[in-house]
Design a protein around this ligand. Structure first.
Ligand SMILES: NC(=O)c1ccc[n+]([C@@H]2O[C@H](COP(=O)([O-])OP(=O)(O)OC[C@H]3O[C@@H](n4cnc5c(N)ncnc54)[C@H](O)[C@@H]3O)[C@@H](O)[C@H]2O)c1
Length: 332
Protein backbone atom coordinates (compact mmCIF):
# COMPACT_ATOMS: atom_id res chain seq x y z
CA UNK A 1 0.00 0.00 0.00
CA UNK A 2 2.74 2.44 1.00
CA UNK A 3 4.56 1.70 -2.25
CA UNK A 4 1.52 2.15 -4.45
CA UNK A 5 0.61 5.37 -2.64
CA UNK A 6 4.16 6.61 -3.13
CA UNK A 7 3.97 5.59 -6.79
CA UNK A 8 0.68 7.46 -7.32
CA UNK A 9 2.11 10.49 -5.56
CA UNK A 10 5.12 10.49 -7.86
CA UNK A 11 2.87 10.22 -10.92
CA UNK A 12 0.75 13.14 -9.68
CA UNK A 13 3.93 15.16 -9.05
CA UNK A 14 5.05 14.61 -12.62
CA UNK A 15 1.60 15.61 -13.87
CA UNK A 16 1.62 18.70 -11.68
CA UNK A 17 4.93 19.79 -13.15
CA UNK A 18 3.62 19.25 -16.66
CA UNK A 19 0.46 21.18 -15.90
CA UNK A 20 1.99 24.12 -14.11
CA UNK A 21 1.28 27.28 -15.98
CA UNK A 22 -0.90 25.78 -18.68
CA UNK A 23 -3.90 24.18 -17.03
CA UNK A 24 -6.32 22.86 -19.59
CA UNK A 25 -9.80 24.15 -19.08
CA UNK A 26 -11.46 21.82 -21.56
CA UNK A 27 -10.60 18.11 -21.33
CA UNK A 28 -10.61 15.61 -24.14
CA UNK A 29 -13.51 13.19 -24.44
CA UNK A 30 -10.96 10.34 -24.24
CA UNK A 31 -9.83 11.62 -20.84
CA UNK A 32 -13.40 11.79 -19.63
CA UNK A 33 -14.06 8.22 -20.68
CA UNK A 34 -10.98 6.89 -18.94
CA UNK A 35 -11.39 3.88 -16.69
CA UNK A 36 -12.50 4.66 -13.15
CA UNK A 37 -14.66 7.67 -13.95
CA UNK A 38 -18.28 6.68 -13.57
CA UNK A 39 -19.54 9.21 -16.07
CA UNK A 40 -18.15 10.50 -19.28
CA UNK A 41 -18.20 14.29 -19.60
CA UNK A 42 -20.24 15.46 -22.59
CA UNK A 43 -18.91 18.21 -24.75
CA UNK A 44 -20.52 20.71 -27.05
CA UNK A 45 -22.36 21.91 -23.95
CA UNK A 46 -25.68 23.67 -23.97
CA UNK A 47 -25.71 27.17 -22.46
CA UNK A 48 -26.12 27.09 -18.68
CA UNK A 49 -28.95 29.46 -17.76
CA UNK A 50 -27.17 32.42 -19.22
CA UNK A 51 -23.78 31.51 -17.73
CA UNK A 52 -20.90 30.74 -20.02
CA UNK A 53 -19.05 28.01 -18.18
CA UNK A 54 -15.95 28.20 -20.31
CA UNK A 55 -15.19 31.90 -20.14
CA UNK A 56 -17.39 33.62 -17.57
CA UNK A 57 -18.09 32.96 -13.92
CA UNK A 58 -16.02 33.59 -10.81
CA UNK A 59 -14.52 30.10 -10.96
CA UNK A 60 -13.91 29.97 -14.69
CA UNK A 61 -10.93 27.80 -15.63
CA UNK A 62 -10.83 26.11 -12.22
CA UNK A 63 -11.33 22.49 -11.27
CA UNK A 64 -13.15 21.79 -8.00
CA UNK A 65 -13.26 18.47 -6.18
CA UNK A 66 -16.08 18.21 -3.63
CA UNK A 67 -16.51 15.18 -1.40
CA UNK A 68 -19.97 14.20 -0.21
CA UNK A 69 -21.37 16.03 -3.23
CA UNK A 70 -24.18 13.57 -3.88
CA UNK A 71 -26.55 15.16 -1.38
CA UNK A 72 -27.19 18.11 0.91
CA UNK A 73 -24.63 20.88 1.20
CA UNK A 74 -22.11 19.16 -1.09
CA UNK A 75 -24.69 18.75 -3.86
CA UNK A 76 -25.71 22.42 -3.63
CA UNK A 77 -22.05 23.49 -3.61
CA UNK A 78 -21.26 21.35 -6.65
CA UNK A 79 -24.14 22.88 -8.62
CA UNK A 80 -23.33 26.44 -7.56
CA UNK A 81 -19.63 26.13 -8.31
CA UNK A 82 -20.40 24.59 -11.71
CA UNK A 83 -22.81 27.45 -12.44
CA UNK A 84 -19.94 29.82 -11.68
CA UNK A 85 -17.69 28.14 -14.22
CA UNK A 86 -15.81 25.43 -12.32
CA UNK A 87 -15.42 21.92 -13.69
CA UNK A 88 -16.55 19.77 -10.78
CA UNK A 89 -15.58 16.33 -9.54
CA UNK A 90 -18.69 15.11 -7.72
CA UNK A 91 -17.38 12.54 -5.23
CA UNK A 92 -19.65 10.50 -2.97
CA UNK A 93 -19.95 7.03 -1.48
CA UNK A 94 -23.50 7.00 -2.84
CA UNK A 95 -22.72 6.23 -6.48
CA UNK A 96 -26.26 6.85 -7.74
CA UNK A 97 -26.52 10.24 -6.02
CA UNK A 98 -23.11 11.34 -7.38
CA UNK A 99 -24.04 10.32 -10.92
CA UNK A 100 -27.36 12.11 -10.65
CA UNK A 101 -25.77 15.39 -9.52
CA UNK A 102 -23.05 15.23 -12.19
CA UNK A 103 -25.68 14.56 -14.84
CA UNK A 104 -27.83 17.50 -13.68
CA UNK A 105 -24.83 19.81 -13.89
CA UNK A 106 -24.04 18.66 -17.40
CA UNK A 107 -27.64 18.99 -18.53
CA UNK A 108 -27.52 22.64 -17.39
CA UNK A 109 -24.42 23.19 -19.49
CA UNK A 110 -21.77 22.72 -16.82
CA UNK A 111 -18.88 20.32 -16.60
CA UNK A 112 -18.88 17.53 -14.02
CA UNK A 113 -17.83 13.97 -13.50
CA UNK A 114 -19.00 11.60 -10.78
CA UNK A 115 -16.55 9.52 -8.78
CA UNK A 116 -17.88 6.92 -6.36
CA UNK A 117 -16.01 5.95 -3.22
CA UNK A 118 -15.74 6.13 0.54
CA UNK A 119 -13.40 8.95 1.58
CA UNK A 120 -11.98 6.71 4.30
CA UNK A 121 -10.87 4.02 1.84
CA UNK A 122 -7.05 3.87 1.66
CA UNK A 123 -6.95 4.17 -2.12
CA UNK A 124 -9.60 6.90 -2.41
CA UNK A 125 -7.50 10.10 -2.15
CA UNK A 126 -5.05 9.23 -4.92
CA UNK A 127 -7.85 7.83 -7.07
CA UNK A 128 -10.16 10.84 -6.86
CA UNK A 129 -7.34 13.36 -7.35
CA UNK A 130 -6.24 11.27 -10.34
CA UNK A 131 -9.77 11.56 -11.74
CA UNK A 132 -9.66 15.35 -11.44
CA UNK A 133 -6.48 15.36 -13.51
CA UNK A 134 -7.67 12.73 -16.00
CA UNK A 135 -10.98 14.46 -16.65
CA UNK A 136 -10.23 18.14 -16.26
CA UNK A 137 -6.45 18.47 -16.29
CA UNK A 138 -5.80 19.73 -12.75
CA UNK A 139 -7.16 20.65 -9.34
CA UNK A 140 -7.58 24.15 -7.90
CA UNK A 141 -10.33 23.87 -5.29
CA UNK A 142 -10.72 21.03 -2.80
CA UNK A 143 -13.81 20.95 -0.57
CA UNK A 144 -13.63 18.38 2.22
CA UNK A 145 -17.35 18.09 2.91
CA UNK A 146 -18.21 14.36 3.21
CA UNK A 147 -19.41 13.46 6.66
CA UNK A 148 -22.19 12.33 8.90
CA UNK A 149 -23.12 12.19 12.57
CA UNK A 150 -23.16 9.15 14.85
CA UNK A 151 -24.47 10.59 18.09
CA UNK A 152 -24.43 9.22 21.61
CA UNK A 153 -23.75 10.40 25.11
CA UNK A 154 -20.17 10.03 26.31
CA UNK A 155 -20.82 7.29 28.86
CA UNK A 156 -22.49 5.13 26.19
CA UNK A 157 -20.29 5.90 23.21
CA UNK A 158 -18.55 2.89 21.64
CA UNK A 159 -14.89 2.99 20.55
CA UNK A 160 -16.13 2.34 17.00
CA UNK A 161 -18.47 5.34 17.16
CA UNK A 162 -15.63 7.55 18.38
CA UNK A 163 -13.10 6.34 15.81
CA UNK A 164 -15.52 6.59 12.86
CA UNK A 165 -15.99 10.34 13.37
CA UNK A 166 -12.25 11.05 13.56
CA UNK A 167 -11.68 8.90 10.49
CA UNK A 168 -14.24 10.57 8.23
CA UNK A 169 -13.88 14.19 9.42
CA UNK A 170 -10.13 14.42 10.18
CA UNK A 171 -8.10 11.56 8.73
CA UNK A 172 -9.84 11.48 5.36
CA UNK A 173 -9.46 15.26 4.73
CA UNK A 174 -5.82 15.08 5.85
CA UNK A 175 -5.13 12.26 3.39
CA UNK A 176 -6.95 14.06 0.58
CA UNK A 177 -4.95 17.22 1.20
CA UNK A 178 -1.78 15.12 1.12
CA UNK A 179 -2.83 13.54 -2.17
CA UNK A 180 -3.57 17.00 -3.59
CA UNK A 181 -0.17 18.38 -2.56
CA UNK A 182 1.52 17.89 -5.94
CA UNK A 183 -1.28 19.76 -7.72
CA UNK A 184 -1.73 22.51 -5.15
CA UNK A 185 1.33 23.12 -2.96
CA UNK A 186 4.00 21.89 -5.39
CA UNK A 187 2.35 23.47 -8.43
CA UNK A 188 2.14 26.84 -6.64
CA UNK A 189 5.77 26.56 -5.53
CA UNK A 190 6.92 25.79 -9.07
CA UNK A 191 4.98 28.76 -10.46
CA UNK A 192 6.55 31.10 -7.91
CA UNK A 193 10.04 29.81 -8.68
CA UNK A 194 9.42 30.33 -12.37
CA UNK A 195 7.52 33.60 -12.53
CA UNK A 196 7.39 35.03 -9.02
CA UNK A 197 3.67 34.41 -8.54
CA UNK A 198 1.26 31.50 -8.29
CA UNK A 199 -2.34 31.24 -9.41
CA UNK A 200 -5.14 30.94 -6.85
CA UNK A 201 -5.76 27.58 -5.25
CA UNK A 202 -7.80 26.82 -2.16
CA UNK A 203 -9.03 24.21 0.27
CA UNK A 204 -12.27 24.48 2.21
CA UNK A 205 -12.83 22.10 5.12
CA UNK A 206 -16.35 21.71 6.46
CA UNK A 207 -16.56 21.99 10.23
CA UNK A 208 -19.54 22.59 12.50
CA UNK A 209 -20.64 24.75 15.39
CA UNK A 210 -20.47 21.48 17.33
CA UNK A 211 -16.71 21.66 16.75
CA UNK A 212 -16.31 25.34 17.58
CA UNK A 213 -18.71 25.38 20.57
CA UNK A 214 -19.27 21.73 21.59
CA UNK A 215 -22.58 19.86 21.65
CA UNK A 216 -24.12 17.41 24.08
CA UNK A 217 -24.45 13.96 22.54
CA UNK A 218 -21.71 14.67 19.99
CA UNK A 219 -18.38 14.25 21.81
CA UNK A 220 -17.05 12.26 18.84
CA UNK A 221 -18.36 14.63 16.15
CA UNK A 222 -17.48 17.80 18.11
CA UNK A 223 -13.91 16.58 18.67
CA UNK A 224 -13.51 15.69 15.01
CA UNK A 225 -14.95 18.99 13.78
CA UNK A 226 -12.65 20.89 16.16
CA UNK A 227 -9.78 18.87 14.65
CA UNK A 228 -10.82 20.19 11.24
CA UNK A 229 -10.09 23.71 12.51
CA UNK A 230 -6.56 22.77 13.59
CA UNK A 231 -5.91 21.02 10.29
CA UNK A 232 -7.18 24.07 8.39
CA UNK A 233 -4.89 26.50 10.19
CA UNK A 234 -1.85 24.22 9.81
CA UNK A 235 -2.41 23.91 6.06
CA UNK A 236 -2.99 27.67 5.77
CA UNK A 237 0.38 28.31 7.43
CA UNK A 238 2.31 25.68 5.47
CA UNK A 239 0.85 26.34 2.02
CA UNK A 240 0.08 30.06 2.22
CA UNK A 241 3.52 30.93 0.81
CA UNK A 242 2.51 29.06 -2.35
CA UNK A 243 -0.82 30.96 -2.67
CA UNK A 244 -2.91 28.00 -1.49
CA UNK A 245 -5.57 29.32 0.89
CA UNK A 246 -7.21 27.03 3.42
CA UNK A 247 -10.34 27.94 5.37
CA UNK A 248 -13.02 26.12 7.34
CA UNK A 249 -16.74 26.70 7.51
CA UNK A 250 -18.54 25.89 10.74
CA UNK A 251 -22.17 25.41 9.84
CA UNK A 252 -24.99 25.73 12.34
CA UNK A 253 -28.35 24.13 11.58
CA UNK A 254 -28.64 23.57 7.85
CA UNK A 255 -31.70 21.80 6.50
CA UNK A 256 -30.43 18.41 5.30
CA UNK A 257 -31.14 14.84 6.36
CA UNK A 258 -28.54 15.29 9.15
CA UNK A 259 -30.79 17.78 10.92
CA UNK A 260 -34.27 16.44 10.05
CA UNK A 261 -36.20 14.07 12.27
CA UNK A 262 -34.31 10.90 13.10
CA UNK A 263 -37.58 9.02 13.45
CA UNK A 264 -38.30 7.55 10.03
CA UNK A 265 -35.28 9.41 8.66
CA UNK A 266 -32.42 8.21 6.47
CA UNK A 267 -29.47 6.02 7.37
CA UNK A 268 -25.94 5.42 6.16
CA UNK A 269 -24.02 2.13 6.15
CA UNK A 270 -20.53 2.40 7.62
CA UNK A 271 -18.29 -0.67 7.81
CA UNK A 272 -21.35 -2.89 7.38
CA UNK A 273 -23.18 -1.11 10.22
CA UNK A 274 -26.32 1.01 9.75
CA UNK A 275 -26.12 4.46 11.33
CA UNK A 276 -29.43 6.35 11.58
CA UNK A 277 -29.11 10.02 10.66
CA UNK A 278 -31.01 13.00 12.03
CA UNK A 279 -31.96 14.55 15.34
CA UNK A 280 -34.43 12.85 17.70
CA UNK A 281 -37.64 14.93 17.90
CA UNK A 282 -36.05 17.51 15.59
CA UNK A 283 -38.99 19.94 15.64
CA UNK A 284 -39.06 20.29 19.44
CA UNK A 285 -35.24 20.57 19.39
CA UNK A 286 -35.62 23.46 16.94
CA UNK A 287 -38.24 25.19 19.10
CA UNK A 288 -35.67 25.26 21.93
CA UNK A 289 -32.90 26.57 19.67
CA UNK A 290 -34.95 29.10 17.70
CA UNK A 291 -34.67 32.03 20.14
CA UNK A 292 -30.88 31.59 20.06
CA UNK A 293 -30.69 32.04 16.29
CA UNK A 294 -30.89 35.70 15.24
CA UNK A 295 -32.46 34.92 11.87
CA UNK A 296 -35.00 32.58 13.57
CA UNK A 297 -34.74 29.89 10.91
CA UNK A 298 -32.53 27.04 9.79
CA UNK A 299 -30.31 27.63 6.76
CA UNK A 300 -30.86 26.00 3.40
CA UNK A 301 -28.28 23.85 1.62
CA UNK A 302 -28.15 26.55 -1.06
CA UNK A 303 -27.28 29.22 1.53
CA UNK A 304 -24.58 26.93 2.89
CA UNK A 305 -23.25 26.46 -0.66
CA UNK A 306 -23.11 30.24 -1.05
CA UNK A 307 -20.55 30.39 1.76
CA UNK A 308 -18.46 27.69 0.05
CA UNK A 309 -18.53 29.62 -3.22
CA UNK A 310 -17.65 32.87 -1.48
CA UNK A 311 -14.58 31.35 0.18
CA UNK A 312 -13.46 29.72 -3.06
CA UNK A 313 -13.95 32.89 -5.11
CA UNK A 314 -11.28 35.45 -5.96
CA UNK A 315 -13.30 37.96 -3.88
CA UNK A 316 -11.83 36.39 -0.73
CA UNK A 317 -8.31 36.00 -2.09
CA UNK A 318 -6.74 37.52 1.06
CA UNK A 319 -8.67 35.30 3.47
CA UNK A 320 -6.93 32.20 4.77
CA UNK A 321 -6.70 30.21 8.01
CA UNK A 322 -10.18 31.38 9.06
CA UNK A 323 -13.26 29.63 10.38
CA UNK A 324 -16.39 31.16 8.89
CA UNK A 325 -19.41 30.56 11.12
CA UNK A 326 -22.52 30.17 8.97
CA UNK A 327 -25.23 29.77 11.57
CA UNK A 328 -27.89 32.47 11.13
CA UNK A 329 -26.41 34.52 13.95
CA UNK A 330 -26.14 32.16 16.88
CA UNK A 331 -23.27 31.98 19.40
CA UNK A 332 -22.67 35.72 19.13
N1 LIG B 1 -26.58 19.90 8.00
C1 LIG B 1 -26.04 20.59 8.98
O1 LIG B 1 -26.74 21.26 9.76
C2 LIG B 1 -24.55 20.59 9.19
C3 LIG B 1 -24.03 21.40 10.22
C4 LIG B 1 -22.67 21.44 10.44
C5 LIG B 1 -21.82 20.70 9.63
N2 LIG B 1 -22.34 19.91 8.64
C6 LIG B 1 -21.39 19.13 7.86
O2 LIG B 1 -21.64 19.39 6.49
C7 LIG B 1 -21.19 18.27 5.72
C8 LIG B 1 -22.30 17.85 4.76
O3 LIG B 1 -23.42 17.41 5.52
P1 LIG B 1 -24.92 17.47 4.98
O4 LIG B 1 -25.72 18.10 6.05
O5 LIG B 1 -24.96 18.02 3.62
O6 LIG B 1 -25.27 15.91 5.00
P2 LIG B 1 -25.90 14.95 3.88
O7 LIG B 1 -26.09 13.65 4.53
O8 LIG B 1 -27.07 15.60 3.24
O9 LIG B 1 -24.75 14.87 2.78
C9 LIG B 1 -23.51 14.29 3.08
C10 LIG B 1 -23.00 13.51 1.89
O10 LIG B 1 -21.74 12.95 2.27
C11 LIG B 1 -21.69 11.60 1.83
N3 LIG B 1 -20.78 10.85 2.69
C12 LIG B 1 -20.92 10.61 4.01
N4 LIG B 1 -19.90 9.86 4.45
C13 LIG B 1 -19.10 9.61 3.39
C14 LIG B 1 -17.92 8.89 3.18
N5 LIG B 1 -17.34 8.23 4.18
N6 LIG B 1 -17.37 8.85 1.97
C15 LIG B 1 -17.96 9.51 0.93
N7 LIG B 1 -19.11 10.20 1.04
C16 LIG B 1 -19.66 10.24 2.26
C17 LIG B 1 -23.12 11.10 1.91
O11 LIG B 1 -23.34 9.99 1.07
C18 LIG B 1 -23.91 12.34 1.50
O12 LIG B 1 -24.15 12.36 0.11
C19 LIG B 1 -20.79 17.19 6.72
O13 LIG B 1 -19.40 17.22 6.91
C20 LIG B 1 -21.50 17.63 7.99
O14 LIG B 1 -20.88 17.15 9.14
C21 LIG B 1 -23.68 19.85 8.41
Amino acid sequence: MADSTEGSRRRLSVLARQLTGHVRSVPSREAADREGAMDATPFGLAPCSGLDNNSGGMLSGQVALITGAGKGIGEAAAKLMAAHGAAVVVADMDAGAAQHVAREIRVSGGRAVAVAGDVTAPDFPERVVGEAVANFGGLHILVNNAGYTWDGTIHKMSPEQWAAMLEVHCTAPFRLIQAAAPLMRDAGKAEIERSGEARQRCIINISSTSGTHGNAGQANYATAKAGVVGLTKAVAKEWGPFNVRCNAIAFGLIDTRLTRAKEGGESIVVGGKTVHLGIPAASSHWEVLKPLVALRRVGSAEEAAGAVLALASPLLSYVTGQVLEVNGGSYM
